[in-house]
Design a binder for this molecule. Structure first.
Ligand SMILES: CC(C)(COP(=O)(O)OP(=O)(O)OC[C@H]1O[C@@H](n2cnc3c(N)ncnc32)[C@H](O)[C@@H]1O)[C@@H](O)C(=O)NCCC(=O)NCCS
Ligand SMILES: Nc1ncnc2c1ncn2[C@@H]1O[C@H](COP(=O)(O)OP(=O)(O)OP(=O)(O)O)[C@@H](O)[C@H]1O
Length: 212
């Protein structure tokens, strides 16, 4: 049986860094942000429903009009729920398909900033929260995306607070820039994989010679 872990935490907490470490340690991770963007660009049902909601402009030039969608959802909880209701069921289905393709892996992950808000916590066996103080998260996101504080704060406010998320997590990884990360990530894997060999065999190791 494959153990599914959810990796969550607010904007700028360091989920991508933790997911990268998990992957290096042999745990493949489904990155919801990346996959939801792929689906939003390619899935005809999402396209149809977003156009129904926001007009043709939301796919101006064939591409998702990200600023338009962002200004529609961030700052309005009702709008965010509507858009999530269009995109997230497709992400859930896609994640299930992805898990089916990774049944050889004892542990897989799903990374999402809004794992709990989106109801994805029910899709996983354990929730790992990446925690950093809000001020640190805001500073990181401003620097990473070269955006003003106000924009980051609006997104922070559109997500469940990390204090609330903490209470719903099975594991908390502190990524405050001081506490070492690698031992904490290893600790989670060790705790989950007490009786299993957690490494996901790569294609080459599964089918030696296939690429030769
Ligand atoms: C709204 C969009 C167009 C904004 O794009 P933009 O390039 O400006 O920002 P980016 O995608 O880098 O998002 C920055 C951060 O905003 C937060 N965020 C994104 N979508 C959401 C959401 N629906 N609810 C709360 N926070 C969100 C995340 O922390 C994310 O990392 C884009 O995020 C999107 O298509 N979101 C809908 C898909 C989704 O729900 N993704 C979240 C993971 S399932
Ligand atoms: N421990 C750390 N020390 C220094 N910089 C860090 C640390 N952790 C993360 N960062 C940096 O902070 C930024 C945010 O981290 P990351 O992209 O992993 O966050 P995230 O939780 O995935 O954010 P988002 O929800 O916005 O996608 C990145 O530029 C990353 O390199």
């Amino acid at each position: 049986m494959t153990i599914k872990i959810g990796i969550t935490g607010g904007i700028g907490s360091g989920k991508s860094v933790v997911s990268r470490l998990l992957e290096v340690m042999g745990v493949p991770v489904y990155i919801s942000d990346v996959e939801s963007k792929r689906l939003t660009a390619s899935d005809t049902q999402i396209r149809r429903e977003l156009i129904g909601l926001l007009g043709e402009e939301v796919y101006a030039g064939g591409e998702l009009n990200r600023p338009l969608l962002a200004s529609y959802i961030f700052g309005n909880p009702e709008h965010i729920r509507t858009v999530n209701g269009i995109i997230h069921p497709r992400v859930r289905d896609d994640f299930h398909r992805w898990v089916e393709q990774h049944t050889v892996c004892p542990i897989v992950g799903m990374e999402s900033a809004i794992l709990i808000e989106a109801g994805f916590a029910g899709e996983v066996d354990a929730v790992v929260m990446v925690y950093a103080p809000e001020e640190v998260r805001i500073a990181r996101a401003m620097q990473r995306d070269a955006v003003p504080r106000e924009l980051v704060e609006r997104r922070v406010r559109s997500q469940m607070s990390d204090e609330e998320k903490r209470g719903k997590a099975d594991f908390v990884i502190v990524n405050d820039g001081e506490t070492p990360l690698i031992p904490q990530v290893l600790g989670v894997i060790t705790s989950l994989s007490k009786n299993i060999d957690y490494f996901c065999l790569s294609e080459n190791r599964l089918h030696p010679g296939i690429n030769k």
